[in-house]
Design a protein around this ligand. Structure first.
Ligand SMILES: NC(=O)c1ccc[n+]([C@@H]2O[C@H](COP(=O)([O-])OP(=O)(O)OC[C@H]3O[C@@H](n4cnc5c(N)ncnc54)[C@H](OP(=O)(O)O)[C@@H]3O)[C@@H](O)[C@H]2O)c1
Length: 297
């Protein structure tokens, strides 16, 4: 395997993300071959110099590095299983969103066909690809990452999480969980403000500043989770559970649905019932885990 700034690359899947990935490779001078299930989505890329393969097999054999970015893992296997024999000796980089289990099974499948496998989680939206704000999580073959780090780096900062292939997906879904928690909070807050006819745009600067302030407490909460020591530092769980009731009652009074905020109430109550009323909020993490785990490193 080699890596210079001209390594030929194949991109399979030309949805919004696949087109952005292929475009970044072209922008950086990589001979780029593309394939998509539905023909006709490669027009702009072809005009910029991409070779359009007629079949997935032709796409794979065109390059030592094959990036696949389709809707889900079922689609990955639908496209690649019939042509897996062509993957031997190549590096397959799967940037399709999935689960750690899917990534680990696909790594085993790729190894069975003699391919080097990297799984990836894209932490960016298509317009960010190739720019400084994009980062992509990778896990899997150390050899493949070392050989192609520079090529993959044209898509966005390449962050290697090591040889356990499931880790990129695990980090990806963990980051998305926190993101959706924040967006869910925004949706509920916007509905509350809207119930009084207040423009959400006028409230958002205050919300952003509040969220910034609250993220400051995350490192301390993380330490508490890791150590299992949960000092309340002024905001114990019992107090928060009592105040949370007002959030629900106010929502109902304002005619706002509570489906986004009910689960937290249930967890807070469970925490108090389990004797964590005097502890900090991070003690709730223990209630979410099926069983205690040993920390890495
Ligand atoms: N867009 C984002 O903001 C973003 C961000 C991070 C990660 N991702 C991940 O990137 C992946 C692609 O997302 P996208 O935004 O490009 O989605 P998209 O625009 O909906 O495109 C989906 C792609 O998957 C292909 N596909 C779907 N089912 C298929 C099948 N059974 N066989 C072969 N090809 C199939 C589609 O082919 P056709 O053209 O033939 O339908 C198309 O190329 C997803 O896993 C997504 O979660 C996306």
């Amino acid at each position: 395997m080699t890596d210079d700034n001209r390594t030929p690359v194949t991109v399979i899947g030309l949805g919004a993300m696949g087109r952005a990935l292929a475009g970044a490779f072209l922008d950086n001078g990589h001979p780029t071959t593309v394939w998509n299930r539905t023909a006709g989505r490669a027009g702009e890329l072809a005009a910029r110099g991409a070779a359009v393969a007629a079949t997935p097999g032709e796409a794979i054999t065109a390059s030592p590095v094959v990036v696949v970015c389709v809707l889900d893992y079922d689609a990955v296997h639908e496209v690649l299983d019939p042509v897996a024999g062509f993957l031997a000796g190549r590096t397959l980089v799967n940037l399709t969103n999935g689960t750690p289990g899917q990534a680990r099974r696909t790594a085993g499948w790729a190894a069975g066909h003699g391919a080097h496998y990297l799984d990836g989680g894209i932490m960016a939206v298509p317009p960010m690809i190739g720019g400084t704000g994009a980062f992509i999580l990778y896990s899997g073959s150390a050899e493949a990452f070392g050989a192609h780090e520079r090529t993959l780096g044209v898509l966005g900062s390449a962050m290697n999480l090591g040889e356990d292939t499931g880790l990129a997906s695990l980090y990806d879904v963990a980051l998305l969980s926190a993101m959706y928690g924040m967006f869910g909070g925004f949706l509920h807050a916007a509905a509350l403000l809207g119930s009084e006819g207040i423009p959400v745009s006028s409230f958002t600067p205050l919300l952003v500043s509040w969220l910034h302030a609250m993220t400051g407490s995350l490192p301390e909460m993380a330490k508490a989770v890791d150590s299992g020591d949960h000092p309340a530092t002024g905001s114990n769980l019992g107090m928060q559970a009592a105040a949370y009731v007002n959030l629900l009652e106010a929502s109902r009074d304002q005619g706002v649905g509570t489906e986004l905020v009910e689960p937290m109430r249930a967890l807070l109550d469970r925490g108090v019932a389990a004797g964590h009323g005097g502890d900090g909020l991070a003690s709730l993490v223990g209630l979410l885990r099926a069983e205690p785990v040993k920390l890495h490193g």
